[in-house]
Design a protein around this ligand. Structure first.
Ligand SMILES: Cc1cc2nc3c(=O)[nH]c(=O)nc-3n(C[C@H](O)[C@H](O)[C@H](O)COP(=O)(O)OP(=O)(O)OC[C@H]3O[C@@H](n4cnc5c(N)ncnc54)[C@H](O)[C@@H]3O)c2cc1C
Length: 463
């Protein structure tokens, strides 16, 4: 099953399919994975060095992974400031927050420059509270952003928040203009179109089945081997199974979402008329935005956990949490209670221990690079990932190649079955805690303590 966004993007596009690789070939750079990370890297390499022969292979079609099915909330790393500061120090944390905001704008500029119609709307984001317990939970990070001169958020009167967000469920709200919403499938297919236009060779339905280190490296596929001087592994959640050294660096967890039929009349009625993205302050956050054709898309993170980082069949099926999503939809928007849900879907997010992606180099010969672990927050940050990987591939000395983000995973989950059982224990504790808070009851002490394991990674992750 193709998720709604990708299906809609495929119907709208006129690009011919990219044929699978048939036979052996050679390239300066081979990129494995046709999502935002792989495609941004390919595009940046070609923009910076048009002579480079860049070849990208994708196991399915470009956008079949998280990039064609996410919530389309392009957010900065502001909410991750404390994690960034703890891991990397103030200076780098400040730089990364600024860069993450720059990426949001850069995606818009890119769409304009290459006429990519990805429904990009720079209408900001609202971080809200939907119960009393959540109220005030954003204050500390905003104060830290303010202290460091990088705060783009301002608190809005509750009435304004409720009007902008189209729901009286919100009890407080911080607005930042440095955020956008996109149609994620159109964005990734637009990136593919531009990559082709710039001369990137793309083979879809071409999975890497083996990697032979060396100079050049050998990338095996079912119908041919690619010899490449440099390799970029941009396989996101698939990295954990493909390379045993990464098995414990991420936990694979679903985010689930629904989209309604178009009802612009009702959107007008409730006031949700801009492309603002709205996120509450749960650990497994609710997130939503409207679409230019008058739908509401609503998602919720942290539902299905995959044992041993496996890609479960359910990730390619309608959401098993459709009833829960439907319930949330009518709680946020009573006017939409009877509106038809056009589709539900879900997908795998690669949640790292820190909630941040990590990048690195993994071969003795120094020519195989990787980046993943976006933790449900990659729409904007993958643009930074592209800059990092393009810089690493070219051996540049710049702020990206000097960043501690390129030091590989900064933590590991326990081995199975502990990771799986632990994840379920924490998830269930979070559910009990948030249910209690929704009903104005104090949560159990143990649930609060367990929930802290997940909260440590940071706010606004959609996985
Ligand atoms: C349901 C969901 C909702 C989300 N919502 C948001 C959101 O609202 N905002 C936000 O910022 N982030 C969100 N995210 C996260 C965001 O979508 C990801 O961080 C981002 O798309 C990662 O891009 P990527 O290119 O690294 O990975 P992907 O898009 O997953 O691309 C990896 C690609 O590698 C391919 N591949 C795997 N193995 C092989 C192989 N052996 N050979 C060749 N190709 C291979 C896969 O088929 C896939 O296409 C969400 C994620 C999910 C799953």
């Amino acid at each position: 099953m193709r998720p709604f966004w990708l299906e809609q993007a495929l119907v709208a596009e006129s690009c011919a399919p990219c044929e699978p690789l048939a036979g052996d070939t050679r390239a300066d750079v081979c990129i494995v994975g046709g999502g935002y990370t792989g495609l941004w890297t390919a595009i940046m390499l070609k923009e910076q060095n048009p002579e480079l022969d860049v070849l990208l292979i994708e196991a399915d079609i470009c956008g079949a992974g998280a990039s064609g099915r996410n919530g389309g909330c392009a957010l900065s790393w502001s909410a991750k400031y404390f994690t960034l500061e703890r891991l990397f120090g103030v200076e780098e944390a400040v730089r990364l927050v600024k860069e993450s905001e720059r990426s949001i704008h850069a995606i818009g500029t890119f769409c304009e420059q290459y006429a990519v119609d990805a429904d990009y709307r720079l209408d900001g984001t609202l971080y809200t509270a939907t119960n009393r317990a959540q109220c005030g939970s954003t204050d500390a990070v905003i104060a830290a952003l303010e202290r460091n001169g990088i705060n783009s958020f301002s608190q809005r009167p509750v009435a304004d928040v409720q009007r902008m967000a189209g729901s009286s469920k919100h009890l407080e709200g911080w607005f930042s203009p440095a955020a956008a919403s996109v149609q994620p499938g159109k964005l990734v297919r637009g990136l593919r179109r531009v990559a082709l236009q710039l001369g990137v060779r793309i083979h879809e339905h071409t999975a890497m089945t083996g990697l032979e280190e060396g100079r050049p490296a050998g990338i095996q596929t079912p119908n041919g081997t690619i010899r490449a001087d440099r390799v970029v592994l941009a396989m996101n959640a698939w990295m954990a199974r493909a390379f045993p050294q990464f098995e414990r660096s991420v936990a694979i967890v679903s985010s689930d979402m629904l989209i309604t039929e178009p009802r612009p009349d009702l959107l007008n009625e409730i006031g949700l008329t801009s492309g603002v993205t709205v996120l509450d302050s749960r650990i497994f956050v609710h997130y939503y935005h409207n679409t230019p054709d008058g739908r509401i898309m609503l998602g919720k993170g942290g539902n299905t956990f995959a044992y041993g980082g496996r890609m479960l069949p359910v990730f390619d099926q309608p959401s098993p949490y459709a009833d829960l999503l439907r319930h949330s939809l009518s709680e946020f928007f009573p006017a939409f209670a009877e509106v038809k849900v056009e589709a539900t879907w879900n997908g795998p997010s690669d949640r790292s221990v820190t909630g941040l992606p990590f990048f690195g180099q993994m071969s003795a010969s120094g020519n195989v690079f990787y980046g993943f672990g976006y933790s449900g927050s990659g729409v904007g940050p993958c643009h930074m990932g592209g800059q990092i990987l393009a810089s690493m591939v070219q051996g540049l000395d710049n702020a990206w190649t000097r960043s501690p983000l390129i030091n590989g995973p900064l933590g590991f989950f326990p081995p199975e079955p502990i990771r799986y059982l632990g994840s379920l224990m924490v998830r269930n504790a979070i559910r009990r805690k948030e249910r209690a808070e929704d009903h104005g009851r104090p949560p159990r002490h143990l649930d609060v303590r367990l929930a802290k394991f997940a909260a440590a990674a940071g706010k606004a992750d959609k996985g």
